[in-house]
Design a protein around this ligand. Sequence first.
Ligand SMILES: Nc1ncnc2c1ncn2[C@@H]1O[C@H](COP(=O)(O)OP(=O)(O)OP(=O)(O)O)[C@@H](O)[C@H]1O
Ligand SMILES: [Mg+2]
Length: 233
Amino acid sequence: MIDDIIVKTENLHKIYAQDTPMEVHALNGIDIEIKRGEMVGIMGPSGCGKTTLLNLLGGIDQPTSGKIYIENQDISLLTDIDMTNFRLRNIGYIFQLFNLFEFLSALENTVLPLLLTETTRLEAEEEAKMMLRQMGLGDKIYHLPNELSGGEQQRVAVSRALLMSPAIILGDEPTGDLDQDTSTEIMNLFVSINENYKQTFLVVTHSEYIASFCHRIIRIVDGEIVDYGDGRK
Ligand SMILES: Nc1ncnc2c1ncn2[C@@H]1O[C@H](COP(=O)(O)OP(=O)(O)OP(=O)(O)O)[C@@H](O)[C@H]1O
Ligand SMILES: [Mg+2]
């Protein structure tokens, strides 16, 4: 059923600095289909195009050619403001370096996306507190990032990404800066969120161990998929 596919790309190409001496072909015809509720690992050597792909899927950057459908919406047809709203409601981002604001508390960092919606500040803070409690950070909500461990900071970033209940979570090496135990904790968190809420995860990682938490692993080399992880090559 077509509705079952939440992310689809068709012949996606990305060329940076096109027609200059610095031209880079970062993606060379990527065709992917991700089913709703799938948890997919994305692996490949440094420079193969993983971050580029995630940025295109998240609408942060535009492809040189090719199509991207998220929830059956061709995202190239959205205006900037519509894309911003679409992203806010449908996509959660988690980065390697947590991307927290250093002068804002765990609560303030978490509540940010909700403040961009019609939700009142009071309601938004209640929801953010609930989320942080679920993440085991109930006693840390007023801590600044530098008063939290790496794993705790990443759980704040996860809380922020999940607060809008996005259907899709994009993680760019979300455990890249964490030790093995904390990485395992974060991946177990993703697995339980994925099982409980059927949110779709795309997780870029350099670690086979981290990827082993996913349902399948897409492997990219030189901007091309060499393994879809579902039997197709
Ligand atoms: N803004 C940019 N301008 C020019 N070239 C870029 C830009 N961003 C990325 N590239 C190039 O595009 C290619 C793919 O980069 P990308 O960041 O997607 O790789 P990656 O797979 O995420 O690598 P890593 O595992 O090191 O994070 C690389 O050759 C990189 O140098
Ligand atoms: Mg990268």
